[in-house]
Design a protein around this ligand. Structure first.
Ligand SMILES: Cc1cc2nc3c(=O)[nH]c(=O)nc-3n(C[C@H](O)[C@H](O)[C@H](O)COP(=O)(O)O)c2cc1C
Length: 232
């Protein structure tokens, strides 16, 4: 990897900020479509306001629905980092800072998740969350073979190539992975965009894209902490 590519790898960040009122140029979309096509995938893109609005709604509803599931709720609780210092110290997890949610509010809501269903508090939390989606005018998703472990690895590689190319052009993204993995949400999304999902094909990644101020850092563990080595 040359030094410019390494630099892009190091500086790429998920942006959950509101996006600026500026469209991604067609030639940038074409360049990432070509990258996807080189690995046999299709990158699709929409700027249709109704599609965008519906996908933002599905994503928000997924967030709330997933938390109703006890196992998912327990897992997410273990990974939430409510303050900058906590996120920095653990070097992992989902930090309130990167999601633009006040840590205390997030903690309270996560510990009293039934309150989300109450009219006033539920609406307030929904409003705070949706406020971070301001300025979103475009969505993109990736479709193609997604059946065997080799497909999953190739999909991951392709997604990272796409992400780094967008980053090279100053475009930020926010993956909506939970819309893909929640079966009900996936079906709603797939029907809305008429995704091609027959014969082992799957719409395996969805993300919002655009421009924003540089997002806060999601802290990471050092490389050696991610490698399991056996000493005989
Ligand atoms: C496959 C995949 C799915 C993801 N799904 C979501 C998601 O549903 N919601 C979200 O806020 N971020 C999602 N992300 C973004 C990750 O949470 C993010 O990459 C991670 O927190 C590290 O932050 P960074 O991208 O700024 O380095 C996803 C990332 C990947 C690779």
């Amino acid at each position: 990897m040359n030094s410019a590519a390494l630099q892009r790898m190091r500086t790429r960040r998920t942006s959950r900020r509101p996006y600026l009122d500026r469209r991604v140029p067609d030639d940038v979309i074409r360049s990432v479509q070509n990258i996807a096509a080189e690995s046999g995938y299709r990158l699709k893109h929409t700027g249709d306001p109704e599609h965008v609005r519906q996908i933002v709604r599905i994503n928000q509803e997924t967030l709330f629905a997933d938390l109703e599931n006890d196992d998912v709720h327990a897992e997410i609780l273990a990974w939430l980092r409510y303050s900058h210092d906590e996120a920095k110290q653990t070097g992992d997890g989902l930090s309130a800072e990167t999601m633009f949610l006040p840590g205390r509010l997030l903690k309270f809501c996560m510990q009293h998740r039934r309150m989300w269903t109450l009219p006033v508090i539920g609406n307030l939390v929904r409003k705070i969350y949706l406020n971070t989606m301001r300025g979103v005018h475009e969505m993109a998703w990736l479709e193609g073979k997604f059946e065997k472990p080799q497909d999953f690895i190739e999909a991951g590689r392709t997604f990272m190539r796409v992400w780094l190319e967008l980053h090279r052009h100053g475009v930020v993204i926010h993956p909506f992975g939970t819309v893909i993995t929640n079966p009900k949400s996936h079906q709603q999304f797939s029907k809305l965009v008429d995704a091609h999902e027959q014969d082992g094909n799957f719409a395996w990644m969805l993300f919002r894209l655009g421009y924003s101020k540089y997002p806060p850092q999601a802290f990471r563990r050092p490389g050696e902490a991610m490698v399991i080595s056996e000493v005989s």
